[in-house]
Ligand binder design. Sequence first.
Ligand code: BTN
Length: 335
Amino acid sequence: MSKKTQLRLEKLLGLLADGKFHSGQSLAEQLEISRTAVWKLIQKIQQWQVTVYSIRGRGYQIPGGLELLDKQVIERALVENNELFKQVISLTSIDSTSSYLSEDWQANPGKGRVCVAEHQTAGRGRKGRQWISPFGANFYFSIGLELPLGLSALGGVSLVVGMSLCDTLNQYVGGKIRIKWPNDLLIGEKKLAGILVEASGETNDVSFLNIGVGVNWSMEAAQGDAIDQPWTNLKSHLTQAISRNEILSSVLVNLDCALQRFLANGFSPLTESWSSQSAFYNREVEIHLPNQTITGKEVGIEPNGALKIETSKGIEIFHSGEVSLRKRKLVNTEA
Ligand code: BTN
């Protein structure tokens, strides 16, 4: 897409964000393009999974409107409060904020920054999975940082990110969110948010961290149709009205703070509070490894972020694997 088209698209989204009807003629005049060109831009927006009504005689409408991310609001919060990352790169649509950030970092390493986007065409999840990213329906962001740590010390970072995110978001939903090791956020057994931490470093004392976070905000069933596991969104659990920009700003400010504490003290002081935030602490779980499934009770976390499971052989430590609640065997009690 050319820069000109992108700017027009952004302006059009800004006009339709109020949730009101806008005639094709008035949009064409404000964008200084033809009505046919407006229609083409509307189609592009629909491809990004935004519902746009087109009603003869009334024009176009995004039902319910959109609250678009506001770079200035977010950047102001970071400049006032943050130490590790203050700069905001705000994009309308990108393949993946994580991919964008790692390229941006290679071209221009140094200062911490965050890249936020309204839409991703190739959002990436853990283990090579796709991260479904409809326009404006969720939060997608990646934080790029250089940290004075060797790669081996980074085990706890992704857990620190999950814990901070969990704490911040819990303020808005009455404490319903828990963590599934290592760092998925759940409400009940439904996924709310995921974290993808990628690290690279050539020496033992400096690493580049790329922390990608996706939080479901208002995604609807049709938009998340392709997701192959139960999921939920934050908006349907809110206990108070709150703006998307306010939530994102406080998530980013609290994350900066949590990462600073991690740099100063490491992960060990957090092991107990991790257990209190864990969805499956003290519960019977299955841990799925490439060639086997182990069952046991989740009993805590190691200072390096590994999971402790009490199995029939004693306490076993896991550095990887997919955890789920143990399925109960159905016993037939009929005679
Ligand atoms: C997971 O599989 O649970 C991790 C999902 C991480 C998704 C986020 S969305 C923002 C950033 N950009 C990406 O491409 N992925 C991460």
